[in-house]
Design a protein around this ligand. Sequence first.
Ligand SMILES: [Mn+2]
Length: 363
Amino acid sequence: MKSNIFCIFAPAKMITTFDCITPEGIRTFNSLLEGSHTLTVTTHTHPDGDALGSASALVCHLRQARGMDAVAVLPDSPSSTVRPIIPDGAPFLFLDTEPEACLERIRRSDLVILLDGNGFSRTEGLQAAFEASGARKVLIDHHLNPEKDSFGLVFSTPDISSASELLFFVLMELPEVGGDAARLPADTARALMTGMTTDTNNFANSVFPSTLEMASALLAAGVDRDAILASLYNNYRENRVRLMGYLQYEDMRITPEGMAYMVATREIMDRFGAEEGETEGLVNVPLSIGRVRMSILLKESDGHFRVSIRSKRGTSAQQCALDWFHGGGHENAAGGKLFWPGDIPAPEDAAAYLENVSRQCLK
Ligand SMILES: [Mn+2]
C-alpha cells in the first residue's frame, strides 16, 4: 500500500538556547573570524570521535562556507578506527608525523580554536606552542573547569552531549548559516552528527533535548545516519572483536563492591595484533551487568596505564579519576593515568591497586 503520509521540513528556529551562546559571544566570534587570516583548530591527545568530528566540522565549515585558511593541528595521529571521520581533503597536521609543519603553522596563526578539551594542557606536546602563540584564542568545549583565562572567548557548558553538539549550536548562529542546518557544508553536517553519535555512545548517554533537536535538524538537512553508523560500528577488524571477547572472558574481574576492571597489557594487545583505539567502547560493556556500578579499563603505555572509567548514576567516575588516577572528566565518564614506579611498584601490581580503589571508592 502506498503511504500517503509525508512531511515537509522547513528550516525552523532552534528551540534550545544555551546561556554560554550569547548574541555578544556570537558577534565576537564572527568578528574574530572576519579579522583572522590563518586559523588553526586543535583538540585533545588520543583524539576520539568527538574530537575528530568537531575539529573536522569546524575546519570544513571555515574553508567551505567562509573560504578561510583553516587547518587542524593535532598532538597525535588518530587511530585507524576513528581516522575515517576526517573528510577527504580536510587539511590535518599531526605532531608525531609532521612536527615542524605543526609548530610552524601555530607560529603563523592569528586565531586558534580549541575544541573538546578544557585547556591547552589537553594538547600535551603542543601545549607550549599554543601558550607561546600571540594568536587570539577561542574555546568551544563541554568539559568541567574550562581554563577561561587562557582564552579571549569561551563557549563552554557541561550540559550538552558533546563538543560537536556545542559547535553545531554556535555555527547555527553564524550569519552564513542563519539557523538553517541545510546551509552547513555536507562535510560539516556529517562530522557533527558523527562526533555527537560517538560521544553519546549512539544515543545511550548524555542525551539532552538539544541533542535530539540537533540530530533532527541534521537528518532533515540530508545527513545519512545509516552510513555514519555503518562506518562507525560495522567496520571493525576481526582482531578487535576477538580481543574484546578475550578481555571480557579471561581478564575481567568484578570486586565484591561492584567494580569491574580489565587490564589490557601490551602483551595481550600484541598477541591480538591490536592497534591504538581498538579497545574503544570496551569499558562500557561491564556496565551491562546489573551489579556492576563502575567499570575501569587499564591500557598499558610507556611507564603508565591509560585509565578509562565509566559509572552508573549515583557513582562518580569523575571523583574516582580525580582521587586515584591523576585525571578527571564527566560525572559518569572519566579518565586518567596510573604510573609505575610511583602509584604502583610495577605493572603487575595494578590489580591490587584496583581492588583497593574499589574498596575506597565504592564503600
Ligand atoms: Mn567530547
